[in-house]
Write a protein that binds this ligand. Structure first.
Ligand SMILES: NC(=O)c1ccc[n+]([C@@H]2O[C@H](COP(=O)([O-])OP(=O)(O)OC[C@H]3O[C@@H](n4cnc5c(N)ncnc54)[C@H](O)[C@@H]3O)[C@@H](O)[C@H]2O)c1
Length: 468
């Protein structure tokens, strides 16, 4: 495997004609932002509803700042949308593959969308082309894909596959595109690496490496983030058991620059379209390589128990879930996005309904179709007549809820803040029992003193110790 060095000298990008395949969170953001950088971008989308929206000037996903960029470059003609891969690939030397790579039922990655998109692009190419995989894929995929599509290209047309994984965060995708922590380009040919790296400004931090390394940078990054979240939840559970202050403990831990505070917030577990699937993909790859990923597996197991623990907490606060009315605030997998794929909030709603509760849900942006769940437009409407209210997504607007108004509308006095956005004291003063993850109402923690005392016994019996 050649590790290639890539040096870019110029700050401005050389305008290039690019085809982007897949107009989802990654593809649409990349297409609009690459247009903004000066490239001519032809975006191909097979989903008729998504395409109709885009062709009609609408943005089918919620992503701050994206509408402005799409509108600007669609009207200038620098950004076009179609379902015609042949037309879009004509004369194009770089095609970004931004299609979904969802998990199969067994947790292994489903790469069929990628295979189809790459085959169609390779067959349509009229000139030598680099297929650039932005989708998150297991190490080895780009090399395999090159073999897979090789036979589909026209005679005389060379199809190469390059890895350029995407690291954007939903809800701030446009910002992340223009302020990347790093651009990772995996290619075995230095010329190709330079061509792909040259799509972006030279000042952006670049990691140029082999294809399988680039793919693993992405997998390992998401696995580490998943581990961090599961660890934070484990510490929060321990804080709860010990009567320690979770925010201070995790805040104190995160101030260590070797650790960092991001992703140390306790919550209902990680979800979304990336972390769960990339974690299970990492585990599958590690196992197939004969290197079982024990840390990653532990993070996955810990995450699986998060929802169970949360539901048990709500049930214990209410006595039973059967027949109770519960307001669930938040459906998106995190604040700032409309994405509900693998959302812990949606899983919570389904579990509560399955256990006989009547759920009234609210989210500022996200919408779901869940049987027996009514979605209302206002959080107070969701709370009206409810026995309990659960905050499941950390939208900032829930922080502003008026405790007195909530108290008036609700029948019960239980609030479970699974994401730690609510201020505890005002709710207590309004008469609520507030539960959280590592905060709010906790059980007795006196036994924590016994073990350290026991461990001190070798130093002689304590003389005067009065225990609580
Ligand atoms: N969403 C994120 O935050 C994020 C971040 C980094 C990486 N990724 C990775 O990027 C990839 C895409 O993620 P996403 O969230 O944008 O997915 P998405 O489902 O929102 O978008 C994928 C799009 O590709 C389209 N598509 C599928 N096959 C096609 C084909 N043959 N031709 C044209 N269009 C086709 C789909 O209709 C869909 O609109 C995944 O591998 C994901 O893991 C996602």
């Amino acid at each position: 495997m050649n590790l290639v060095e890539c040096s870019r000298t110029s700050e401005t990008v050389e305008p290039t004609r690019i085809c982007v395949i897949g107009a989802g969170y990654v593809g649409l953001t990349a297409a609009a932002c690459l247009s903004e950088l000066g490239h001519e971008v032809r975006c191909v989308e097979v989903d008729a509803v998504r395409l109709a929206a885009l062709s009609g000037g609408e943005i089918p996903i919620y992503e701050p700042g994206l509408d402005e960029l799409v509108t600007r470059h669609a009207s200038s003609g620098r950004l076009t949308f179609s379902d015609d891969v042949a037309g879009a690939m004509d004369g194009v030397g770089v095609a970004l593959l931004c299609v979904g790579t969802p998990p199969r039922a067994d947790g292994e990655p489903d790469l069929r969308q990628l295979g189809r998109a790459a085959t169609a692009a390779a067959a349509a190419a009229t000139t030598d082309v680099a297929l650039v995989v932005k989708s998150t894929v297991p190490p080895g995929t780009c090399e395999a894909l090159e073999l897979f599509v090789g036979g589909h290209a026209r005679e005389g047309v060379r199809v190469s596959v390059v890895s350029n994984p995407e690291f954007l965060r939903e809800g701030r995708a446009v910002w992340d595109f223009f302020h990347p922590d790093r651009v990772v380009v995996g290619a075995d040919d230095p010329e190709l690496a330079r061509a792909v790296a040259g799509l972006y400004p030279a000042s952006w931090p670049l990691v140029a490496c082999s294809r399988r390394s680039a793919e693993l940078v992405k997998y390992a990054s998401n696995t580490f983030l998943a581990v961090k979240i599961s660890f934070a939840n484990e510490v929060a559970a321990l804080c709860e058991a010990l009567g320690a202050e979770t925010d201070k403990v995790l805040g104190g831990v995160g101030l260590d620059e070797r650790i960092g505070g991001a992703f140390l917030n306790p919550g209902p577990g990680f979800g979304g379209s990336c972390l769960p699937k990339d974690l299970s993909g990492f585990i599958a790859v590690a196992e197939s390589a004969g290197r079982p990923a024990e840390v990653a597996r532990a993070a996955q197991r810990a995450n699986d128990t998060s929802l169970v623990t949360l539901v048990a907490k709500i049930e214990s606060a209410l006595g039973t879930l059967d027949g109770r009315t519960i307001a669930v605030l938040g459906l998106a997998f995190k604040a700032g996005t409309d994405d509900t794929r693998f959302s812990p909030a949606v899983a919570l709603v389904a579990e509560l309904v399955g256990r006989g509760a009547n759920v009234r849900a609210h989210d500022p942006i996200a919408r779901v179709v869940e049987p027996n769940v009514s979605q209302v437009a206002d959080p107070y409407e969701a709370a009206h007549g409810a026995d309990a209210l659960v905050v499941a997504t950390g939208w900032a607007q829930y922080r502003e809820l008026d405790p007195a108004r909530l108290r008036e509308s609700m029948t019960g006095h239980v609030i479970v803040d699974a994401v730690g956005v609510l201020a505890i004291e005002p709710l207590r003063e309004a008469g609520f029992d507030l539960y959280g993850i590592g905060r709010g109402l906790v059980t007795s923690f006196a036994p924590v003193l016994w073990r350290p005392l026991e461990w001190m016994l070798d130093a002689g019996q304590p003389s005067e110790v009065s225990l609580p």
